[in-house]
Every structure is written in C-alpha cells, then in structure tokens.
Design a protein around this ligand. Structure first.
Ligand SMILES: C[S@@+](CC[C@H](N)C(=O)[O-])C[C@H]1O[C@@H](n2cnc3c(N)ncnc32)[C@H](O)[C@@H]1O
Length: 201
C-alpha cells in the first residue's frame, strides 16, 4: 500500500532518492542498522533495500501509527528485513550493547522532540548500542549552526565518534526531495569496498 497521500510513483521516487543518499553516506549491504525516529519509513524502506539480503533495519518510533506504516510499507515493497522497535522509557533503545553497524538520526533531534537532557541520554544510549566500528549519520534539520555544534557534533564526539565528513546533496524531507546536508561520524576503522577507510590512529 502506498504511503497516505502519495501514489506508488511518488513512493518510488522518494525511495530512489533516499537510497542514493544512504549509499553516498556509506551504508553497505549486510549492515545492521537503526533508523531512530523512522516516521513512516521514507528512509527505513531504502535502508532495508541497501543492506539486504543479510542486513537488518531496526525501525524505532514513539508514534505507533507511524511505525506501523513504516513496517507495512517495507513489507509491501517485498522487504522482510525490517524489525519494528517500540520506544521504551527505560533503556531508550531495546538492543544489546554493540549491536549496530549504522545509526541514522534524520530530522528527529530538534527541540520539537528533544530537550537537551533527553538528547544527552539518547546519545549515551547510541554510544552503548553502536559497535566500535559503527557509522552514525545525522540530518540535523530544524537546528541552528550553534545547536548543531553543541548538541550534535559535541555529543557524538563525547559518545566516542569522530566527525568523518559531511554529505551534501539530495535528501528526502517530509515526502519531498530537498538539497541539504548530513553529518557523518565514524568510530574506529571501517573497511569499505576492499579498501580501509581510516578514521582513527
Ligand atoms: C520529522 S519525523 C522524521 C521521520 C524520518 N526520520 C524521516 O526523516 O523521514 C520525526 C519522527 O521521530 C519520532 N520521534 C521523535 N522523538 C522520538 C523518541 N524519543 N523516540 C522515538 N521516536 C521519536 C516522531 O514520532 C516522528 O515520527
């Protein structure tokens, strides 16, 4: 079933754009990923396409209806590697330590959803579930430059990530393709397409 208010062609166009973005960011087949604040799945579905067949996407959203739509859209697209994760009050992310190769935080960190204290707790939790070689990608939409520095860059660094590079190009936002930036952070050394991309030492 297409997403509400969109036809199948629009879905495909959005997913194609988001898939290109995710590949450019460095997401690869086989990765275990978390789409935190997945909404109705504009990145969940392409993420699942990029990492299949052996990779898994954990989709997490506090809005049950949005989470349901994301998983339904994945299923309708023929993808069986999306696992819904319900938000919990205790540990924010119900996954084991070091479970993830990739975490994406797209258009979710801004003050509409997170207080400073909640954001700090979220980054600590991401630090716990991200593996020592994980990639973290943040689309800090609706955040000012100084807030991005203090509430994204510094928090990611405090959690053990290093700022690797920025992606600038097409991104899906609110069911449209826009031109914007994603901050990319890495931990340790990531081996990519036969070469070693060194981010530490
Ligand atoms: C603006 S939407 C972005 C959706 C998607 N990431 C995208 O870029 O298309 C933000 C989503 O984050 C979810 N969200 C906000 N705070 C959250 C929290 N603490 N835990 C889980 N989901 C959250 C909201 O319910 C909403 O669906």
């Amino acid at each position: 079933m297409p997403a509400r208010g969109m036809d199948a062609v629009t879905n495909e166009a959005l997913w194609d754009a988001a898939e290109k973005t995710l590949r450019a960011i460095g997401v690869e087949a086989g990765a275990t990923c978390l789409d935190f604040g997945c909404g109705h799945g504009n990145y969940t579905v392409p993420l699942a396409k990029v990492v299949r067949p052996s990779g898994t996407v954990y989709a997490l959203d506090k809005d049950d209806a949005e989470l349901r739509r994301a998983t339904e859209r994945a299923r309708d697209a023929g993808l069986d590697n999306v696992e819904p994760l319900t938000s919990t009050d205790g540990p924010l992310i119900a996954l084991d330590d070091d479970a993830l190769d990739v975490v994406i935080l797209f258009d979710v960190l801004h003050s509409y959803y997170f207080t400073v204290e909640e954001r700090k707790r979220l980054f600590e939790e991401i630090g716990r579930v991200a593996s020592p070689r994980a990639l973290l990608a943040v689309f800090p939409h609706h955040m000012e430059a100084d807030e991005i520095e203090s509430e994204v860059v510094q928090r990611a660094i405090a959690t053990g990530f290093e700022r690797a590079r920025d992606y600038r190009g097409p991104l899906v936002h609110d069911d449209h393709v826009v031109e914007d930036s994603v901050l990319i952070f890495t931990r340790g050394q990531r081996v990519s397409r036969g070469r070693t991309a060194s981010t530490r030492d």
